[in-house]
Design a protein around this ligand. Structure first.
Ligand code: HEM
Ligand code: HEM
Length: 179
């Protein structure tokens, strides 16, 4: 299907904007920023919500109302928005967060996040999502959701989350939010 981001405007303004912002930069920390995220990744998440493979009652409701063409269009729309840089709100753990993000943790065989999500958190379109400037508490929630693989499942991220302590998740999330 051909993406038509202009056609997504009505849906975005009437539905998604309340939580994700009309430009994809969300204000409330429980709602992820979608701006600048890759089209493929955004589309894949909507499909996963609709199928119940990524479990979230709010987004199941939202995705259920969207056709395949709508999902292609809104994914294209948000991928074209500009992400607003954010500053880490809790700066006390930035050193640990930076170390985990850039080098991982040899003791627990945790790989460096940077190796996939990129040195500046921009990700790699079609492969790895952008993380930079995302809300820290949203990132922590996703890592917890991957851990145990009941709410959200991915071969790579489930293994990574299982190697992380709660303190490590918090620290790396704060560092990422400031990237
Ligand atoms: C997550 C799209 C409406 C609340 C997401 C994600 C996408 C998305 C792609 C996953 C982001 C990621 O993985 O980084 C949309 C679209 C909408 C819409 C296209 C309009 C049709 C809403 C509304 C709300 C909302 C109206 C609030 C009532 C959330 C929340 C999450 C989320 C809380 C995180 C879920 C989780 O923790 O797994 N949305 N959204 N969304 N959205 Fe929406
Ligand atoms: C997704 C964090 C390392 C590959 C994610 C997400 C987070 C995250 C928060 C969800 C993004 C969102 O919901 O918008 C981290 C952290 C890492 C790390 C903190 C280091 C401790 C890696 C590595 C790889 C990788 C090393 C590749 C080998 C992926 C992939 C996804 C993803 C493929 C998308 C999974 C899906 O579709 O649900 N990561 N990541 N990550 N990450 Fe990582």
């Amino acid at each position: 299907l051909q993406a038509d981001p202009a056609k997504a405007k009505v849906i975005v303004e009437q539905v998604c904007a309340a939580c994700h912002g009309v430009d994809g930069n969300s204000v409330a920390a429980i709602n992820p920023t979608l701006a600048g995220q890759s089209q493929q990744y955004l589309h894949a998440q909507l499909v996963a919500f609709k199928a119940g493979k990524r479990q979230n009652p709010t987004m199941l409701g939202m995705a259920s109302t969207l056709s395949e063409q709508d999902m292609v269009n809104v994914a294209a729309y948000f991928s074209q928005q500009k992400v607003k840089p954010r500053d880490a709100s809790d700066k006390t753990q930035l050193e640990l967060g930076k170390q985990l993000y850039r080098t991982g943790n040899a003791a627990t065989k945790l790989p460096a996040c940077m190796s996939c999500h990129g040195p500046a958190g921009a990700g790699l379109p079609e492969k790895y999502p952008r993380l930079g400037s995302q809300h820290a508490s949203y990132i922590v929630k996703q890592l917890q959701d991957y851990k145990g693989a009941t709410v959200r499942n991915n071969v790579i991220m489930t293994d990574i989350a299982a190697r992380m302590s709660d303190a490590e998740m918090k620290a790396v999330a704060e560092y990422i939010s400031g990237l």
